[in-house]
Write a protein that binds this ligand. Structure first.
Ligand SMILES: Cc1cc2cn([C@H]3C[C@H](O)[C@@H](CO)O3)c(=O)nc2[nH]1
Length: 223
């Protein structure tokens, strides 16, 4: 079995703004047999017992943000706690970016009430204190808001066609406050990658992440 199933996996979360290239970045790592990649469960957010919560949220954020973010929290906890046999778990985003970037932004914009923010925060505090959630590395795909915004337009996800540049700038700033300015708890080291680069120029960044990830994994096996 070697390193498989003998140690708890190391967990690597890929973080970044909407349109920063997370899904594309993660696709590169699906070829490694020792890596289990969990994309963002957006299909669940688009079909929760038949309801497209993502669309409802973008259409009427004041009414649907609490509902949407509490389901995001549940689906992220499911992935954080899901056992795997591979020694490395890679996730797209985390319960941390849910709380520190998206829920925080909704509160800042007055799209959720303080009491609703309090309830989401209580779930976050309980979950991070009582559930087996440990991150070993955050890979931050850092982009300029303009780059991210243009990619969202190119991708053309129907629910996202109402997104304004101001929203992308606010979410960017919250990622920077958390991952660069360390204004919120950092659960693990952060590897910041310049994700403004075009896909063709990303190879060295893939290399960097591979080295860091497999190095960390070897370190845990050695202990
Ligand atoms: C953890 C987390 C991911 C996430 C994504 N989203 C939105 C941003 C994108 O439009 C879409 C897919 O990431 O969902 C959100 O509003 N709140 C979130 N919280």
């Amino acid at each position: 079995f070697g390193s498989r199933a003998m140690n708890p996996p190391i967990t690597v979360c890929v973080e970044g703004n909407i349109g920063s290239g997370k899904t594309t970045f993660l696709k590169h790592f699906k070829k490694f047999p020792d890596v289990c990649v969990f994309d963002e469960p957006i299909s669940k957010w688009r079909d929760c017992q038949g309801y497209n919560l993502l669309d409802l949220m973008y259409k009427d954020p004041r009414k649907w943000s609490l509902c949407f973010q509490s389901y995001v929290q549940l689906t992220m906890l499911d992935l954080h706690t899901k056992p795997i046999v591979e020694p490395i778990k890679m996730m797209e985003r985390s319960i941390f970016s849910a709380q520190y970037c998206f829920v925080q932004n909704l509160r800042n914009e007055g799209l959720i009430e303080d009491a609703q923010y309090a309830v989401l925060s209580e779930w976050f505090n309980f979950s991070t204190a009582n559930l087996p959630i440990k991150l070993d590395l955050i890979v931050y795909l850092r982009t300029d808001p303009e780059v991210a915004f243009n990619r969202i337009a190119q991708r053309g996800r129907s629910e996202e066609n109402s997104i304004k540049m101001e929203y992308i700038q606010s979410v960017h700033k919250l990622h920077e406050d958390w991952l660069v300015n360390n204004q919120k708890l950092l659960p693990c080291p952060v590897l910041t990658i310049d994700a403004n680069l075009e896909l063709a120029d990303m190879a060295p960044n893939y290399q960097l992440c591979e080295e860091k990830m497999f190095q960390k994994q070897k370190a845990t096996v050695a202990n």
